[in-house]
Design a binder for this molecule. Structure first.
Ligand SMILES: [Zn+2]
Length: 318
């Protein structure tokens, strides 16, 4: 389990204990999605716990703690390593055991390949990407019984064409950009806050847990893949249409960050702001983050968008 995307059992226990001590309600992802989509209110301070990749450490170290706290959780599984009995991956028996104790298993493709780092986004590409996802779904169902139609994009990378194809097929899909979920979220690119690797410190996690999703029109966001080989500029413009401007004291206090540097947003209209990098972004994944204090609270509205800057080169080894 790579340190950059994981956390120790001790850190995980601290996170779970913090949730308990601060009256967070850890709910099942299916319940959370149903309620949010239908506009049914959730318990105050409701959160969900998800893991990507079927690492055996989740079973050995994480699962006993989750059982102890009686917290439901979801694991997005890439199925080929499980089928191949790789030693750092959970077995199907382990996954079945998770399912019996509050665990939901869902799709993370069969092989964790890049879905959109491909030369063309033609019909053959889309067919292959969907076949990869369908195959994983079939393997999960065959081994575990019915599983929800949820996909976590490997590396949080997707493009708008794939997103719409998944919507047609009835999938809800998750990225790796930061944020909470609300009815106005894009359900084929739902955000999640990372709580591992560089983000495992409880101090930074506290702020994120207390944040609220930024009310914006997420489905209007531009394609998140920037193709340098097609002469697209490596300084993508993020255009954000507000949906509840009247409630936001954001116009003066909005802060945006691009790879850690602060960038002043522009306001072409009262209901729309834009953010753009001043320098060409580096190849690979980049994130724009914007936050604004919530009026009368210590909390923040949080918005994040991940861009993939892709030059058409062969993808680096995972
Ligand atoms: Zn993954």
């Amino acid at each position: 389990m790579p340190r950059s995307t994981s956390l120790s059992a001790q850190e995980f226990k601290e996170h779970l204990e913090y949730l308990k001590q601060n009256n967070y309600t850890v709910i099942d992802l299916a319940q959370a999605l149903d309620s949010v989509q239908q506009g049914v209110s959730l318990p105050d301070k409701a959160i969900v716990i998800t893991f990507d990749d079927a690492w055996r450490d989740i079973y050995i170290q994480g699962f006993p703690l989750l059982k102890q706290y009686n917290y439901p959780f979801t694991v997005f599984v890439n199925t080929d390593p499980v089928d191949q009995n790789q030693r750092h991956t959970m077995t199907w028996d382990m996954l079945r055991e998770l399912k019996q104790h509050g665990g939901t298993l869902a799709n993370h493709t069969r092989d964790h390949d890049y879905l959109v780092r491909k030369p063309n986004y033609d019909k053959a590409w889309l067919t292959a990407a969907l076949a990869n996802i369908d195959y994983a779904q079939q393997r999960l169902t065959a081994e575990l019984g019915p599983v929800p139609k949820w996909l976590a994009y490997p590396f949080g990378e997707y493009n708008n064409r794939l997103k719409l194809a998944l919507k047609d097929k009835g999938y809800i899909a998750f990225g790796q950009q930061s944020g909470g979920v609300a009815q106005f979220s894009d359900f084929q690119a739902l955000p999640r806050f990372p709580a591992a690797g560089a983000y495992s410190q409880l101090k930074s996690l506290k702020t994120k847990l207390a944040s609220q999703p930024f009310p914006a029109n997420y489905t209007a966001f531009k394609n998140p893949v920037i193709r340098l080989d097609r002469a697209e500029r490596g300084q993508p413009l993020l255009e954000v249409e507000l949906t509840q401007a009247q409630k936001l004291g954001v116009r003066q206090q909005l802060s945006c960050f691009i790879t850690g540097d602060r960038h002043a947003p522009r306001w072409p209209t009262k209901m729309k702001f834009t953010v753009q990098a001043e320098k060409v972004l580096s190849n690979g994944r980049n994130r724009y983050n914007c936050t604004a204090p919530i009026w009368g609270q210590k909390n923040y509205y949080w918005l994040s968008h991940q861009w993939l800057i892709y030059g058409g080169e062969a993808p680096p080894k995972q």
